[in-house]
Write a protein that binds this ligand. Structure first.
Ligand SMILES: [Zn+2]
Length: 296
């Protein structure tokens, strides 16, 4: 997407060193959220001059990020041509958990067009291969769409600068190779990040947080992680582990945790902890519940 690493909003456009890219992101995001929209309305909503808007729109049209849609109706004068994002372009999104992976096809606006859950094999050596196979099948099933890239989120901290995992206590298979394996198999660019970071970015791009500089997204799954947006940007911290509050110790004598410590937050508040509480109080756990426990 042309949004790059910057969160395009009005707060950044005045202060950033790359106004051209910021304005481009601003226009793309206005089209994404307000489509169909005319050039005149883009100029009004973005606060940018008509000539600047026209130049950026021509660029986005030439690169096929957007397309011209129907012609608008106005009482008099030239009818405006509406702009919308190119619905033929898409992204493949993966949400990887220890025992299963969800695959989704989305358009450039983040709208989910198809979704599938794949149960992963028991054998750790077959995990990455199974994920690559599922990706190939999903892309083949949507061959009428052109994919711009693949976004993978998972329960671990991936350092994008070092391109490696620095912390993934809930995954016991060789997850470190996932990025390069998927890139080789598909020829598409792959972005990997922690699931809570992805939630925080999603909230900024597609949620109801317009204008917020700071927010914390808490993701509760097999563990707990947080994604932190500070001053409009994702906070990664040293080694990419900012937000890893699931391993703050609450009880030194608590249950052992996947990270090697005891009594971490996620041992008392997570899907796994919830399941454990249930088994402690349930009289007769059912086979269906046992199956759920395996998935958690
Ligand atoms: Zn821990």
């Amino acid at each position: 997407m042309p949004t790059s690493h910057y969160i395009a909003n009005n707060h950044l456009s005045a202060s950033n060193k790359m106004p051209r890219q910021i304005n481009r992101n601003l226009i793309f995001n206005q089209i994404r959220t307000k489509q169909p929209i005319s050039r005149a309305d883009l100029s009004r909503s973005s606060g940018l001059q008509r000539s600047t808007v026209s130049l950026i729109v021509e660029e986005l049209l030439a690169e096929r990020w957007i397309v011209e849609g129907p012609t608008g109706q106005i009482p008099r004068g030239r009818r405006p041509t509406f702009l919308q994002i190119n619905s033929q372009r898409g992204v493949l999104a993966l949400d990887i958990h220890p025992a299963q992976t969800t695959l989704a096809v989305t358009d450039l606006g983040g709208k989910i067009l198809a979704q599938e859950v794949v149960v992963l094999p028991q054998n750790p050596k077959k995990m990455v291969g199974a994920i690559v196979d599922a990706i190939r099948k999903m892309i083949a099933a949507h061959h009428d769409r052109s994919f711009d890239g693949i976004g993978i989120n998972l329960p671990g901290r991936f350092d994008p600068e070092l391109e490696k995992f620095v912390f993934a206590p809930n995954i016991d298979w060789p997850i470190g190779r996932i990025k390069s394996r998927v890139e080789q198999a598909t020829g598409l660019s792959v972005v990997v990040d922690n699931v809570a970071n992805a939630c925080a970015l999603s909230e900024i791009w597609f949620g109801y947080s317009d204008g917020m500089h700071d927010l914390v997204a808490v993701n509760v799954s097999e563990g707990i992680g947080t994604g932190i947006i500070a001053n409009g940007r994702l906070l990664r911290g040293v080694g990419g582990v900012a937000g890893e509050f699931g391993h703050v110790q609450l009880d030194p004598n608590g249950l052992p945790c996947g990270c090697g410590s005891r009594g971490c937050w996620e041992t008392v508040a997570s899907n796994r902890a919830g399941m454990r509480y249930y088994t402690e109080v349930a009289q007769r756990p059912s086979p269906a519940f046992d199956a759920l426990l395996q998935m958690a």
